[in-house]
Design a protein around this ligand. Structure first.
Ligand code: AMP
Length: 220
């Protein structure tokens, strides 16, 4: 199960990646999460990454490709992976083709959401300041994380000006990937403008592979 989630910021990639990773017993690899951790470190790399993220610009292909190459080589990714936020440029997509040669088909899920809905979602999105989980959007007044009880905050790059830039960067750098993958027999367009449970159903229908049971994965 090798999956790429493609779509603009706020499309719900993280939520669906989490769900797919749990169902299929393969790791969710979010380059945004990995880079936010790197940004929290002292030193030159941490500062460079922080500056890019805070302005809504992409981190260099070189750095991100190296991170993903190292992560995919780990044992837990040997049976597959769910990539959230990578690739984001044609150069990254080409590097991924090389990295995953011989691993079987890449399933590409392009999650489509109208831009006004994205802006609304990102403006109201809250994340946990402790564990980083997304807050449940159905409880907009909550101030504490449902997972660990940490205080909910706005992600610095969900600020309105930065959001506008992230969407522009998406259009310029990442949207071309839709054409890169569109002719693949394992490319699927998913309507992301519906409740997460319905998006998940649409993904399941598109993939057409039933999630393995716990017993299949040796978890029973
Ligand atoms: P995300 O959590 O996926 O919205 O990513 C947050 C930020 O991390 C992005 O705005 C970029 O600055 C950086 N980032 C995440 N993934 C990538 C990537 N594949 N290539 C370059 N920068 C990335």
């Amino acid at each position: 199960m090798n999956v790429i989630l493609l779509g603009p910021p706020g499309a719900g990639k993280g939520t669906q990646a989490q769900r797919l990773a749990q169902s299929y017993g393969v790791p969710k690899i979010s380059t945004g999460d990995i880079l936010r951790e790197a940004a929290a470190q002292n030193g030159d790399l941490g500062r460079q990454v922080r500056e890019r993220i805070d302005r809504g610009n992409l981190v260099s292909d070189e750095v991100v490709i190296e991170i993903v190459k190292e992560r995919l080589a780990r044992q837990d990714a040997s049976k597959g992976f769910i990539l959230d936020g990578f690739p984001r440029t044609v150069t990254q997509a080409e590097a991924l083709e090389t990295m995953t040669e011989g691993r079987g088909a890449l399933i590409v899920l392009h999650i489509v959401v109208p831009v006004d809905v994205l802006v609304g979602r990102l403006n109201s999105r809250r994340i946990c300041s402790v564990c980083g989980a997304n807050a449940d959007p159905s409880t907009p007044d909550a101030t504490r994380c449902g997972v660990c009880g940490g205080v909910l905050v706005q992600r610095a790059d969900d600020d309105e000006t930065v959001v506008r830039n992230r969407l522009e960067v998406y259009d310029a750098r990442t949207r071309p990937l839709v054409e890169f993958y569109r002719t693949s027999p394992t490319f699927f367009e998913i309507d992301g403008n519906q409740r997460p449970a319905l998006v998940a159903e649409a993904i399941q229908t598109a993939i057409g592979q039933p999630a393995p049971t716990g017993a299949d994965r040796g978890l029973a």
